[in-house]
Every structure is written in C-alpha cells, then in structure tokens.
Write a protein that binds this ligand. Sequence first.
Ligand SMILES: [Zn+2]
Length: 123
Amino acid sequence: MRRVIEIRALPDGRYRIHYFVFDPEGPCELPTGMVKTNQGSSVRVGGSIPTPEGIVATRGYIACEPERKSVLPDGRRGTIRLCLRSDDPRAVSCPSCKETAEYKAAMADLETLRTARNIPTGA
Ligand SMILES: [Zn+2]
C-alpha cells in the first residue's frame, strides 16, 4: 500500500515546528510509555515533564493553535499528517508560534538563565 507522510513546511523549505506548551488544562494529550508505530514495532516515548508539584504533565497545546485537539499523527486514506512540535522554544520554527506570548515568555526565561550563568550566545 502506498503511504504518504505529509509535513507542513515553511516557504524556505524548513520544517514547521510548533511550540508545545505544557498545560494540565490543554486539549492535547501526549502519548507516554510504549506506543505502537505504523511499522508494527513499539517505541518508548516520554512526552511528559514533572511539574514542581510532582505531577507528570501530559497535556498541553500548540501555541499558535490553542484549540487544536490533537498533536498525534493523523492518518486518512493513506496520508499521514504529522504535527511537528517542541517544548524547547529554541527548536521552534513556526512564525505564528513565535508571535505568541507563550513563546516570547519562554525565550525571555531562557535569556534570563543564559545571562545569570554567563553563557555565551554562540553567535
Ligand atoms: Zn505554530
């Protein structure tokens, strides 16, 4: 069977990587533990971070699409659509996510850490 994997790209050809915001009230639930792949094997995925309260966060939302219900691969009629995402703002390439308050706050937090530890930017 022919299978197509669809990934949204930016005009410059880079993959569009959204900013994933962990939020216990978020509409998207991340897979954790052993997850079956389309090839039949299973992989262990993390998909969660412990909160300061010790709770494992497995929910959240895409910064530029907060109403989106799922970030899991969506397969229909042989086409699998991927939602590439990261909770590390430095990996984000989506211009819409970069305009959100969540992304800007996360980058500001990173800059505060970098300055406090006197870490060079690498630029
Ligand atoms: Zn986005």
